[in-house]
Design a binder for this molecule. Structure first.
Ligand code: FMN
Length: 202
């Protein structure tokens, strides 16, 4: 038996051609995301599709300023900080579309204690991961490249406010989507060391 080809086909691709992604394709990707498993039959996600240069710029500037402060605290040199922030800015600006996956508390349970409240949030976050995987697998199936970018999970409030999103939306996943730059060469996928990763309790 082997892993299905449609799963193998999804790779993280970090360079795109300038072609726009049609709205119908973006909508289909989000529909695919929305059939992911989620706790209590909820859909604790909101999806923001960013196509305009202006919105990309606001997001890149907001998250860039936030990251600059974090990197200064880490003690990096000013030159290195500017290099990293500029690279991240380019990543956002050169993606034809950015899909921002946000968490909401909509449909989730609330608990009076911190431990269960945190577990509930963890469930929502897990479901967002499942939804993003569906989205990216669907993108690949439609012939689009994508790459998940971690940035907003480090600064959800900044990402939200830079786009003037509702206060109860927490951006946690960012996916760049577009047609792959034909010149992009990805890393080969490493082999899967099943012996290390799996325990069968037969
Ligand atoms: C939560 C998460 C965050 C990620 N963040 C980044 C990122 O910030 N930049 C990036 O280039 N890739 C990012 N990736 C993509 C991984 O590097 C990539 O999935 C991994 O190297 C495996 O490669 P593949 O997706 O081509 O199979 C992220 C993946 C996940 C799941």
């Amino acid at each position: 038996m082997s892993v299905p080809a449609f799963l193998e086909a999804r790779r993280s691709i970090r360079a795109f051609s300038a072609d726009r992604v049609p709205r119908a394709a973006l909508t289909t990707m989000i529909e695919a995301a929305c059939i992911a498993p989620a706790p209590h039959h909820s859909r604790p996600w909101r999806w923001v599709v960013i196509n305009s240069v202006n919105a990309k710029q606001r997001l890149a500037n907001g998250m860039g300023d936030h990251w600059r402060i974090d990197l200064e605290r880490d003690g990096l040199s000013a030159a290195r900080i500017e290099e990293l922030v500029a690279k991240s800015h380019v990543k956002i600006m050169t993606a034809p579309s950015i899909i921002l996956g946000c968490l909401t508390w909509n449909g989730l349970d609330s608990y009076p204690d911190e431990i269960r409240q945190r577990a509930e949030f963890g469930m929502a976050l897990l479901s967002l991961g499942a939804a993003v995987e569906n989205l990216m697998v669907c993108a690949a199936d439609l012939g689009y490249a994508s790459c998940w970018v971690a940035a907003p999970i480090f600064c959800p409030d900044t990402a939200r406010d830079s786009l003037s999103l509702p206060v109860d939306w927490r951006p946690h996943a960012m996916v760049c989507v577009g047609k792959a730059d034909p010149a992009y060469i990805g890393r080969p996928r490493p082999p899967i060391p099943l012996d290390e990763l799996v325990t069968f309790l037969d």
